[in-house]
Write a protein that binds this ligand. Structure first.
Ligand SMILES: Nc1ncnc2c1ncn2[C@@H]1O[C@H](COP(=O)(O)OP(=O)(O)OP(=O)(O)O)[C@@H](O)[C@H]1O
Ligand SMILES: [Mg+2]
Length: 462
């Protein structure tokens, strides 16, 4: 895949997120810079530190949405995680280093998938041979061999006519079978496979206790110690091919190489998106339970600035991992983060609160727009929802006014309003098969006006 340039990245994000141009631009540049750095001569490459970003904006305006869509576009290992998940080292919970471990885990999987893809043709070839072996066991020394159980249906036409044609007859049967296999003619036939399973009940207990480091080692230890259980299972041939090919691919892949490549990728182009960073900022430092939040911030410093984290695949240096943080900063302010951490996020972008015009667009434009979702949902019941323009205006207007009068929860308000408005239809749809429902401004007013007039009601229901 060709790396996307900043304009293409913004265009992709535009498909799902309305407005917030500054934020889109900033993340697009950051993403592109990952690629640019790779192209720079090696001596200089190490000197180019990533410019970490912090996105600030009220709730429900698209911060997490940007991260989610970005994850799909980034061709580098990308981890999105909530900062509120972490606790200070020494407390029960996840320590911040675990995000680097998670990212590495992701990269290993990514590289492994690619390598599997690379050996796919070969692994399928081997699998095919193995299945053929099952269908038509290699001829034993004596001609009077009984065919393998479960595959009696195979015609054993290999009756020796003259001296030693046994071999060649079975070869030609094998070729016939191969053609049938390739042509999908044997898809309904079953073969018996031995399937390896591995279960490690022990490890669960430890990970629940939050001893992550230990957890890793235990998994490695017990993984090879616990007996591998094998189970015989009858499966249809296409599935058998999949299973055997997968097993063969595992054998063909050089795991050492995969690990090396994965770590390289994490170190050189990894991205960590730290969502809800405001939840670890606290206004009054050093009081009560908040010490541990500040502790999380302090634990974050070395990781953001560059340190080495031990993972089960090896040591990972975090110097060049890009961090994008985001938070609503509703109660706390960015200035409430400890200064050292603020300094490590040099780029600040603000996301705007959404206007009525934005809501109109959010309702209709994105590929996953709410209006489209409801139309499709009702279609499954045979009910056609027909939206008129004035209805959309009206919904946007209501969302804006409820946001103004009660809490501003951004675009999430649209979800609550839409759900309330279609409550009745959602409930009755199965009995309305074949009907058409025209949704216009008066339809919307009819369902929602009473609620909106009553401030208390709208506070609780919308
Ligand atoms: N600008 C936007 N364009 C399209 N959809 C949006 C936009 N902003 C928010 N949404 C929709 O609103 C919902 C909430 O958005 P999102 O999760 O990004 O909020 P957030 O900014 O992360 O808020 P919080 O600070 O509460 O986490 C999502 O379903 C998202 O699709
Ligand atoms: Mg969010």
């Amino acid at each position: 895949m060709k790396p996307l340039n900043p304009k293409e990245i913004v265009a992709e994000l535009d498909k799902y997120i309305i407005g917030q141009d500054m934020a889109k631009k900033a993340v697009a540049i950051a993403l592109r810079n990952r690629w640019r750095r790779q192209q720079v001569p090696e001596e200089l490459r190490d000197e180019i530190a990533p410019k970490n970003i912090i996105m600030i904006g009220p709730t429900g305006v698209g911060k997490t949405e940007i991260a989610r869509r970005l994850a799909k576009l980034a061709q580098s290992p990308f981890l999105k995680i909530e900062a509120s998940k972490f606790t200070e080292v020494g407390y029960v919970g996840r320590d911040v280093e675990s995000m680097v471990r998670d990212l590495t885990e992701l990269a290993v999987k990514q590289v492994k998938d690619e390598e599997t893809e690379n050996v796919q043709a070969k692994s399928y070839e081997i699998a095919e041979e193995k299945i053929l072996d099952l269908l038509l066991p290699p001829p034993p020394r004596r001609a009077s061999a009984t065919p393998m159980p479960g595959v009696q249906e195979v015609e054993t036409t290999a009756k020796p006519l003259s001296a030693a044609p046994e071999q060649s007859a079975s070869v030609s049967t094998r070729e016939k079978l191969r053609t049938m296999l390739k042509g999908g003619k044997l898809d309904d036939r079953e073969v018996e496979l031995e399937i390896t399973q591995q279960n490690m009940p022990v490890v669960e207990i430890f990970s629940a206790a939050g001893l992550e480091e230990m957890d890793i080692n235990l998994k490695d230890m017990f993984g090879s110690m616990l007996p591998k259980k094998t189970k015989k299972r009858k499966v249809k041939i296409p599935e058998a091919l999949e299973i055997v090919a997968k097993e063969e691919a595992q054998k063909l892949i050089d795991m050492d190489k995969v690990m090396k490549m994965a770590i390289q990728r994490v170190e050189q182009s990894g991205i960590i998106f730290l969502d809800e960073i405001d939840k670890i900022a606290s206004r009054d430092y050093g009081q009560g339970p908040d010490v541990s939040r500040e502790g999380v911030q302090r634990d974050l410093l070395p990781i953001v600035e560059g340190s080495t984290v031990t993972t089960k695949y090896g040591m990972v240096k975090t110097d060049h991992i890009l961090f994008i943080a985001s938070g609503a900063f509703y109660v706390s302010k960015p200035a409430d983060l400890i200064p050292e951490l603020q300094g490590r996020f040099p780029i600040r972008v603000e996301l705007n609160s959404l206007s009525k015009e934005d809501f109109v667009r959010i309702l209709t434009e994105p590929q996953n727009a709410l209006i489209k979702q409801y139309i499709e949902l009702m279609k499954t019941e045979g009910v056609a929802l027909i939206f008129k323009e004035d209805a959309i205006e009206k919904i946007a207007e209501i969302a804006t006014s409820v946001n103004e009068r009660t809490e501003n929860i951004g675009a999430r308000r649209l979800h609550t309003i839409m759900e309330k408005q279609f409550e009745e239809i959602s409930f009755n749809a199965p009995e309305m098969k074949g009907q058409e429902v025209i949704v216009d401004a008066s339809y919307v007013s009819g369902r929602l006006d009473d609620l909106i007039k009553d401030e208390d009601l709208s506070r609780y229901i919308l």
